[in-house]
Design a protein around this ligand. Structure first.
Ligand SMILES: [Zn+2]
Length: 374
């Protein structure tokens, strides 16, 4: 991995080096490059170089009266970003800090707090999992690099718009929910039951409460990802298809029109219509493939009381979650049950059931925030 570290003060007078950033840089054993302090104007030029790296520590300190330059992910979406936030007087709560990280799309964030001559460092990810806490910048950096290496190794499935199944697309296009007259009797009919939608609404309210998100704030300047994270990601099996929610839905509750069919063929993920499916889609499809009794899956970012835990902390949308979940189930019971409740360590949960009624009274509990990992 090629690593870029940008830190220290950047201002109109040429800036100032940071000792902490120097140590951070020295603790990285990969191919690397450092910009430690400098002219504010140079920061724009440095930003143009981020696309040439795999990992970018973007920790430049810029005077408050100058516009912030930090849109690393907009210029280089593939880059893994590590951001930082000074929190010397505990101005920000942990929730504020995670929201800051999410809004920058940072994979990890360093919270930095000066205490006498030392820096207290807390490294966490967008789901509030803490990967390091203490005063040792070398250790914080090496643990971050280990986590980034893992994140770099995971598989996210690209999705393709389905073109070879026009019937399916047309059926979908004519909105089978609202316009049944367009449907021939012998054609399959994608139904997301009202009862399922009501259940999803009920849990969405609980999830928002648990994550401390006030629905009345919905129009605030918080990044939409925060609200998306607080909703569940539900799906339903339909033959070889999974009916999944669309990606990037910003409104409060899911509606029938927010669901689309998706499927995997020759190891490629397809979706029907113009909207991309939720990033969890390949995981749900593969779980349906393996757990033949299961017809419904709800993924959330909260835990389920007394459910068994997976071992590894796997981020949202990584296909590795499937193997992890199946191994956890096998460890506990067989693969032919009618329902499974699984907690995904440092991430959330999966509730999977044959019948809708088995999903009715799930006891969700909030994930600890922060959630510390060894
Ligand atoms: Zn997730």
């Amino acid at each position: 991995m090629k690593v870029l570290v940008v830190g220290g003060d950047f201002n109109l007078d040429g800036g100032r080096e940071s000792g902490l950033i120097k140590k951070l840089y020295e603790s990285i054993s990969e191919e690397k490059k450092l910009f430690n302090g400098g002219y504010y104007q140079d920061l724009e030029k440095i930003l143009l170089k981020v696309k040439d790296y795999d990992v970018v520590f973007w920790m430049a300190n810029v005077d408050n009266d100058l516009p912030k330059i930090r849109n690393v992910k907009e210029l280089a979406p593939h880059v893994m970003l590590v951001s930082s936030k000074r929190n010397d007087v505990d101005k920000y709560s942990f929730k504020d800090l995670t929201i800051h990280g999410i809004s920058l799309k940072a994979n990890l964030t360093f919270e930095l707090k000066r205490q006498n001559d030392l820096f207290y460092i807390r490294v966490f990810d967008p789901l509030g999992v803490v990967w390091y806490e203490g005063f040792d910048i070398a250790e914080a950096t090496s643990r971050s690099m280990a986590r980034l290496k893992y994140l770099n190794s995971i598989t996210r499935k690209k999705s393709y718009k389905s073109v070879d199944d026009p019937n399916l697309i047309m059926r979908w296009y004519f909105d089978p929910y609202a316009q049944e007259e367009y449907l021939a009797k012998d054609q399959p009919h994608f139904v997301i039951e009202d009862e399922y939608l009501q259940l999803i609404d009920k849990y969405a309210i609980i999830f928002h409460q648990m994550m401390g998100i006030n629905l009345l704030e919905e129009n605030s300047n918080r990044p939409p990802q925060v609200y998306r994270c607080a909703k569940s990601m539900p799906s339903k099996r339909f033959g070889k298809y999974a009916i999944v929610s669309k990606r990037c839905i910003t409104h409060q509750f899911l509606e029938k029109g927010d669901f689309i069919p998706a499927y995997i063929e020759n190891d490629k993920l397809y979706y029907c219509g113009d909207d991309k499916p939720s990033i969890d889609t390949p995981i749900h499809i593969k779980l349906y493939e393996n757990l033949t009794h299961i017809n419904y899956i709800i993924h959330s970012h909260n835990y389920i009381e007394d459910a068994i835990f997976t071992d590894k902390v796997i981020p949202c949308g990584a296909v590795e979650e499937v193997t992890e979940v199946l191994a956890t189930i096998k460890h506990d019971k067989t693969l032919e049950e009618d329902k499974y409740f699984i907690n995904l360590k440092g991430h959330g949960s999966l509730a999977m059931a044959k019948d809708l009624k088995d999903l009715e009274n799930i006891k969700y509990i909030p994930r600890p925030m922060p959630e510390k990992m060894n």
